[in-house]
Ligand binder design. Structure first.
Ligand code: ADP
Length: 321
């Protein structure tokens, strides 16, 4: 393999830059050329591509976001879109590709592999929702951001004897809400994976906790739960008499300098992806399993499922009373 390309796709995540840096440096170390593709599959279809050097990735390991930019690209879901991308690769002599992104991006990567372009996926997503992988790039940073933000909210909630209802990211996966909630000692954690009863799991818990002397409360909810989160504040205030404010942490959760964990994970996974391509191995997803970097067939990776265990969910409840 002489020339490989790297792109970031879907939602951005802190640590993607560490992965890009590792891909570029390790490929050049192996004697390959590396092309950077801007804005995901868009750039691949339209030829927004440039050659990267050892110095194009200097001083990026500490930066959030992605220096290659990212995008969602509906056109790439069509056969014509895939053909356009393949033509670009043929024209520029690109023999292999690293796709850093989430599940959706891996479906795109699988398409390219099936059409003969060896492609390796690297899991970059704050949601930690890649089934084959214990930890994805960006998750640790996002969780630490949540903890920092909620700690600030707690200072003001505590001063005013208030309740804070905090919405965190996670449309389908509750990892950020659950583990962020445990880390901030939330009174209740609501996630899409588990049924909850609002009266029992929020209102009654608050009342019970208040009887033990607690006066300020934190409720953490993932954006993907069945109910709207913002109106909960008024319901809680009405039912408990505790002044309640709603805060959506929003896109701050995506940004910021990656933690040491995400820098190391991004670096190791980017390196591993190039190892595979250098051996002409494509159609794989790099993952971290039981502390080790491994890889899976993309098809197999996409068909896997991972679940939050009930006892993990129970931890959040049993120790926050
Ligand atoms: P993420 O990678 O974070 O899960 P998306 O689901 O938005 O983000 O997917 C990112 C991009 O991957 C999409 O905009 C599209 O270009 C590409 N993609 C998603 N699903 C497919 C698919 N089934 N076939 C081809 N490309 C896809």
């Amino acid at each position: 393999m002489n020339t490989i390309a790297v792109l970031t796709s879907g939602g951005d995540a802190p640590g993607m830059n560490a992965a890009i840096r590792a891909v570029v440096r390790s490929a050049i170390e192996k004697g390959m050329r590396v092309m950077g593709v801007r804005r995901g599959f868009n750039g691949l279809m339209h030829g927004d591509i440039f050659e990267m050097t050892l110095r194009s990735v200097s001083n990026i390991i500490e930066r959030g976001g992605t220096i290659l930019y990212t995008a969602r690209c509906p056109e790439f879901r069509t056969e014509e879109g895939v053909q356009k991308a393949l033509n670009t690769c043929k024209y520029l002599g690109i023999d292999g590709l690293v796709v850093i992104g989430g599940d959706g991006s891996f479906r795109g990567a699988r398409e390219l592999s099936e059409h003969g372009l060896p492609t390796v996926g690297v899991p970059g997503t704050i949601d930690n929702d890649i089934a084959c992988c214990d930890r994805t790039i960006g998750y640790d940073t996002a969780m630490n951001t949540i903890v920092e933000m909620v700690d600030r909210l707690r200072d003001t909630s505590e001063s005013h004897d208030r309740c804070s209802v905090i919405e965190v990211m996670g449309r389908h996966a509750g990892y950020l809400a659950l583990n962020g909630g445990i880390a901030v000692g939330a009174t209740s954690v609501l996630i899409p994976e588990f049924e909850y009863d609002f009266e029992r799991d929020v209102i009654d818990r608050m009342k019970r906790t208040r009887r033990t002397g607690k006066k300020n409360f934190i409720i953490v909810a993932a954006e993907g739960i069945k109910d709207e989160i913002e109106p909960m504040a008024a319901v809680i205030e009405e039912a408990t008499g505790v002044e309640t404010r709603y805060t959506n942490l929003g896109h701050v959760q995506r940004g910021g300098s990656p933690t040491a964990c995400d820098r190391v994970l991004g670096s190791k996974m980017g390196y591993w992806a190039v190892e595979l391509l250098s051996q002409d191995i494509g159609n794989r997803v790099v993952a971290q399993k039981d502390g080790k970097i491994v890889d899976f067939d993309i098809f197999e990776a996409l068909s896997m499922e991972k679940h939050i265990e009930e006892r993990e969910y129970k931890v959040a409840y049993d120790i926050s009373i």
